[in-house]
Design a binder for this molecule. Structure first.
Ligand SMILES: Cc1cc2nc3c(=O)[nH]c(=O)nc-3n(C[C@H](O)[C@H](O)[C@H](O)COP(=O)(O)O)c2cc1C
Length: 194
C-alpha cells in the first residue's frame, strides 16, 4: 500500500526547501531518463516554482527541452546507491531505471517518471524556459503542477523527521559518493518571543 498523499501546491516548495539531493527525471518520444542533482531550490511560493542546475552535458537537459516537463524525486537511503549511480553515468545509451531495477510510473499531470518506493516525495514541473539563465548559468526553472509525499514523514504541509521514519530521511551529498541523511530534528523558538 502506498503511503503517498497529494501535497497542496502552496506547500510544494517545502519538499526541497531543506536542500536534499534530488533526482531529476524526464521523458520524451518513448525514452525516459533520470539523473542526480544536488543543486535545486524553491524560488517562489505561489505559483510554486523551483530552480535546478543542469549541466549542458546532461541528457536530462535535452529531454526537458524536448518535452517541456520534468520530475523531481526526493530519494531516501534505500536509493542512495541508485542516486549515486544515476549521477555518475549518462542515460543516453541505457535505460537507467531498467538497468538498476528501479520501478517508475508516470506522474499524474505531465507523465514524468516518478518513483515512490524508497523515496519521500516527488514533484512534477512544467518547464519555464529562460534562455539566458540556461545558457549562462545552466539554471532551469519549473512550475510545480503536482506533488505528493509519504505521509509518514511529510504531513499537513510539514516534514517530521523521527527515529521511526529514518528509512525515509532525505539524502544530502558531501561529495564523492558520501552522503548524510537529514535527522536530529530540533525546534527553534524566538527568544523572549510570544
Ligand atoms: C550526488 C550528485 C549530485 C549531482 N548534482 C548535479 C547537479 O546539481 N547538476 C548537474 O548538472 N549535475 C549533477 N550531478 C551530475 C549528473 O547527475 C550526471 O552528470 C549525470 O550522469 C547526468 O545524467 P544524464 O546525462 O543521463 O542526464 C550530480 C551527481 C551526483 C552523484
Amino acid at each position: 500500500m502506498s503511503h503517498f498523499r497529494p501535497v497542496a501546491l502552496n506547500h510544494a516548495s517545502r519538499l526541497v526547501n531543506h536542500g536534499p539531493t534530488v533526482l531529476v527525471s524526464a521523458a520524451h518520444a518513448g525514452r525516459r531518463n533520470i539523473m542526480a542533482a544536488a543543486w535545486s531550490m524553491p524560488v517562489e511560493f505561489t505559483p510554486p516554482r523551483i530552480a535546478v542546475v543542469l549541466d549542458k552535458s546532461t541528457w536530462t537537459r535535452e529531454l526537458i527541452a524536448a518535452s517541456g516537463s520534468f520530475g523531481i524525486i526526493v530519494p531516501g537511503p534505500a536509493l542512495m546507491d541508485f542516486t549515486y549511480a544515476v549521477g555518475s553515468e549518462s542515460g543516453r545509451d541505457m535505460d537507467k531505471f531498467a538497468h538498476y531495477g528501479v520501478e517508475a510510473c508516470a506522474g499524474p499531470e505531465l507523465g514524468m517518471p516518478i518513483i515512490e518506493r524508497g523515496c519521500s516525495a516527488w514533484l512534477e514541473c512544467r518547464w519555464l524556459p529562460e534562455p539566458r539563465s540556461e545558457e549562462a548559468y545552466d539554471t532551469f526553472f519549473g512550475e510545480v503542477v503536482a506533488a505528493a509525499a509519504d505521509a509518514r514523514i511529510f504531513d499537513n504541509g510539514h516534514w517530521n523527521f523521527t527515529a521511526d521514519n529514518a528509512e525515509l530521511h532525505t539524502l544530502h551529498h558531501l561529495g564523492a559518493g558520501k552522503f548524510v541523511t537529514a535527522g536530529n530534528q530540533i525546534q527553534a523558538r524566538i527568544p523572549n518571543g510570544k
